[in-house]
Design a protein around this ligand. Sequence first.
Ligand code: NDP
Length: 275
Amino acid sequence: MMTDQYAVIGNPISHSKSPAIHRLFAQQCDQDLGYETLEVPLDGFTQAVLTFFAKGGSGLNVTVPFKEQAWSLVSSLTPRARLAGAVNTLYRDEAGQLCGDTTDGVGLVRDLIQNHRVTIESKRVLVLGAGGAVRGVLEPLLQQRPQQLLVANRTAAKAQQLAQLFAGQGPIAGCGFDAINGAFDLIINGTSASLQGELPPLPPGVLAANGCCYDLMYGAEPTPFMRWAQQQGAAAVIDGLGMLVEQAAESFQIWRSVRPQTAPVIADVRKKLLR
Ligand code: NDP
């Protein structure tokens, strides 16, 4: 039998940790599969996906900047992917139709709740940013029944639009950074400000006593947002590495129908990151 083939498709993709993560999962679960990176030109996404599956490929992860294109390309979307407006996991159903799912949001929630024991239910949650990543995490966060979910963004209109879009899912509102009001038990940074070494402007007192902070970004060093959180005396300061591994585990389960243990893989990827 031929080994099942998977890949992560993006541009750029050479630094992706997905191949290492999925190979560790495969080893752990005794699954015979290959997982590579697939870098394609910005105008070559559709062709590359169709060719990959035509050649017998089993599944793809999709990353920057193709998640929206993947959403438009597939014949069928899971309900959570439809609402997120993005697809990070591609596979074919029994009829051979191309299907799309998104596992980023569930990855974040699982990392918060299961790996870090952070409660979302009945808590006041502030999400910074209103880009693709934030859009993908709002529904899974609202499913945990927070008391309040405020989305704040540099461009206020984008936060307000997202709040409108998800209004049916729970108590959500949107505003600009300058209109953030009150104290929050959990602050999630979903902006890409950390990439530029910047910190979104946050008012004093915005982190409640015993509040936790989570940055979707990760790296060898704490991000500016994480350093700010430490200075505020946050009860927990967490980066997005666990989310990365958890979203991968969810994709792996979709493809292979087995759920890998994430803790040893998170530890391994962390070790390599710090090396
Ligand atoms: P987008 O480009 O779609 O959105 C970027 C967001 O950041 C926008 O809300 C933008 O505001 C805001 N922003 C950018 N620069 C600044 C700044 N200097 N100050 C304040 N706000 C700023 O990016 P994504 O949503 O795709 O990604 C966001 C982050 O999430 C990235 O850092 C990415 O690495 C991370 N991520 C992590 C994942 C994980 O598994 N751990 C998964 C997915 C993403 P405006 O609307 O005003 O432009």
